[in-house]
Design a binder for this molecule. Structure first.
Ligand SMILES: Cc1ncc(COP(=O)(O)O)c(C=O)c1O
Length: 350
């Protein structure tokens, strides 16, 4: 029977957990949680709804007040959906380096996008958002420090995982991190409710901030005071801005992480493509990266282990990026051959 929803916001979360049939080694049960099923295609829809509803409840956000956030894209797209539905104007600051489809999507949803120079990195766009919020009296959602982000993940993502694996084994949970909302919110629930589940975190090989062991310098409000020394530019959009977010650091501090894995760009791209071609699961670059980590965990896991891997967003967000670099717009030789194998409707290649 069909189900009716009172608004698009009720469709956030409850994403499916899907078995990997061909890409997993046969001695384990590997599952992925496909966050692309959220209404705007990413895990960040949860955060967006969580932080806005928390701000409404606590009175920090007034009716009709402008919302502002610094975001590499997915948070802005999720916020644009929530703000459109609830009637708040939205301004987003974003470094010019992030994919153009993200800018266009936010503008399509009615948001204003203010680009910041690539040289200022992630912290440049955060500083700009803060300045605009203070100057105009706008509500800054502070995705990197806002506890409501982690709370939403404890209330939804973690609860769904507990439900999906009730009475079943769950030996490993594998995730990356951007704000650390997913990591902090889910890890603390698993540590309490499923203490046997090992929490595995992955990060870009080129920006191995957690692996470095070097602490992040912070301002009194928890925001980053400077770029982290172990950070270098990397193409895994959505993971590891140039600082360790407060929420991610909180998750590290409670010592529930059993392993941190470094993932190379080429592996991220490779496994995003393989998931599409061998499993029909169409996801982005950080999903490929998290899946690469889950395969590493699988290879060393004991017989019959069950592993759950988070896949944060849809592959459609990457059409203009190197993920699609070798995907041809023009007819390929093989396609031409298929076309010529019957007499009608040949299209001569340009
Ligand atoms: C594509 C992508 N992957 C992973 C993440 C990480 O999620 P979180 O912010 O909950 O750490 C994000 C968001 O930062 C993202 O946009």
């Amino acid at each position: 029977m069909g189900k009716r929803y009172n608004s698009i916001l009720e469709t956030v979360g409850n994403t499916p957990v899907v078995r990997i049939n061909k890409l997993a080694p046969s001695h384990v049960n590997l599952f992925v949680k496909v966050e692309a099923f959220n209404p705007l295609g990413s895990v960040k829809d949860r955060l967006a709804l969580g932080v806005i509803e928390d701000a409404e409840r606590t009175g920090k956000l007034k009716p009709g007040q402008t919302v502002i956030e610094a975001t590499s894209g997915n948070t802005g797209i999720g916020l644009a959906m929530v703000c459109a539905q609830k009637g708040y104007p939205l301004v987003v600051t974003m470094a010019e380096t992030f994919s153009v489809e993200r800018r266009k999507l936010m503008r399509f949803l009615g948001a204003k996008v203010v680009l910041t120079p690539a040289t200022g990195r992630g912290s440049g766009m955060v500083a700009k958002a803060l300045e605009l919020a203070e100057t105009h009296g706008w509500f800054l959602t502070r995705q990197f420090e806002n506890e409501a982000n982690a709370v939403m993940h404890s209330r939804t993502s973690a609860k769904e995982i507990l439900e999906d694996f009730k009475g079943e084994r769950l030996d490993y949970w594998v995730t990356g991190f951007g704000t650390g909302g997913t990591l902090k919110g889910v890890a603390r629930v698993l540590a309490k409710e499923r203490p046997e589940t090992k929490i595995v975190v992955c990060e870009p090989d080129e920006a191995a901030m957690l692996s470095s062991g070097i602490e992040q310098q912070r301002n009194p409000d928890g925001s980053a005071a400077a770029s982290h020394p172990a950070w270098h530019p990397h193409p895994l959009q959505g993971w590891s801005p140039d600082f360790i977010a407060k929420l991610a650091a909180d998750a590290v501090d409670v010592k529930v992480i059993s392993q941190v894995l470094r993932i190379e760009n080429a592996d991220a791209m490779r496994w995003s493509k393989e998931l599409a071609r061998k499993e029909g699961i169409f996801v982005g670059i950080t999903s490929g990266a998290t899946f690469a980590a889950a395969l590493r965990v699988s290879a060393e896991a004991p017989e019959e282990s069950t592993i759950l891997c988070m896949l944060p967003d849809t592959g459609e967000r990457y059409l203009s990026t190197p993920l699609f670099g070798d995907i041809s717009v023009d007819t390929t030789e093989e396609e031409l051959e298929i076309s010529r194998s019957t007499p009608s409707a040949w299209l001569q290649p340009a």
